[in-house]
Structure formats: C-alpha cells, structure tokens
Design a protein around this ligand. Structure first.
Ligand code: ATP
Ligand code: MG
Length: 143
C-alpha cells in the first residue's frame, strides 16, 4: 500500500484527446495553480489489456468499447497529485462528464462525453488502486 494515501492523494490521467490537441500545458498549469503538487508523472501508452483492466468496472456498459478504443488511441499522461482532500477537490476541478461546470478542465477542454480530456479518481480507495496501476513505490516522490 502506498504511504499517506488517507485523504491527500489522487490519480489523474490526461487523456489522448487532450494530448493530441496540445492542451497538456494549460491543464497542468491549472492543476498546479489549484494547489495540487505532482508527486509522480509519466507519459505512457496503454495496451488494450491494460485499458480493459483500468476500466474493468465499466465492462458491459454501452460506452465501454468506445471508451477503451479511445483510451488506446494515443498516449496518456498519468500523475499522482497531492493536496488535502485531493480526491474531492480534484473532481471539482475537472468537472463532471456531462454538463461540466463553467471553468472546469472538462468544460474548457472536453470535446465529447467520451473524449473528456482528463480522469480523476472517484474515491480514496480507487486513488490507491489506480496509483499502483501506474507507479511503483519508488516512482512516487516524498517532498
Ligand atoms: P463522472 O463520474 O464525473 O461523470 P468519470 O470520469 O468518473 O466522470 P466514469 O463514469 O468513471 O466517469 O466513466 C469513465 C469514462 O468513460 C468517462 O470519463 C468518459 O470518458 C467515459 N464515459 C462515461 N460515461 C459515458 C457515456 N455515457 N458515454 C460515453 N462515454 C462515457
Ligand atoms: Mg464516474
């Protein structure tokens, strides 16, 4: 189990659409300006198997195939972010998939319900699971 995940870390992915459209810089700027500290970061290409594993909870839903196809269409940037109340504060920063609030990352950069620019863990438990999906312990920095 990763150290210190109680309520202060979340896992994000900048999705292939945001990378292809050149939105990585503005998105990272918004994240760090909002008080999140990057403690791990990598650019990586998901295989079909790894994408299916990450989104296993959605298997069988009508958008699942479209989601996996999209998530393997180009690289993603995965990062572990640290901040008090990280999971909830980050979900607020990115906005919801449908009808993202004004000024949120999805409001600014999503191009469709599936191509919604960014992911944020939805619970502390999933933040730990998703962080371990992308990073070894020695890849997460303790400042
Ligand atoms: P939120 O729960 O705030 O809507 P999320 O990222 O947690 O956002 P999930 O429900 O976990 O969304 O779905 C995972 C991903 O699947 C979404 O981020 C989006 O890319 C895609 N997705 C979700 N619902 C749909 C849908 N109805 N149609 C197409 N794609 C969808
Ligand atoms: Mg969700």
């Amino acid at each position: 189990m990763l150290r210190c995940m109680a309520n202060n870390r979340t896992l994000t992915m900048i999705k292939p659409d945001a990378i292809a459209q050149g939105n990585v810089g503005p998105i990272i700027k918004k994240i760090t300006n909002s008080g999140f500290k990057i403690v791990a970061l990598k650019l990586t290409q998901l295989s079909p198997e790894r994408a299916a594993e990450f989104y296993a909870v959605h298997k069988g839903k009508k958008f699942y195939e479209e989601l996996v196809t999209f998530m393997i269409s180009g690289p993603v940037i995965a990062a572990v972010l640290e901040k008090k109340n990280a999971v909830d504060d980050f979900r607020a920063l990115i906005g919801t998939t449908v009808d993202a609030a004004q000024g949120t990352i999805r409001n600014l950069y999503a191009s469709s319900v599936t191509k919604n620019a960014i992911h944020g863990s939805d619970s502390n438990e999933n933040a730990v699971i998703e962080s371990e999906f992308y990073f070894n312990k020695d890849e997460i920095i303790d400042y």
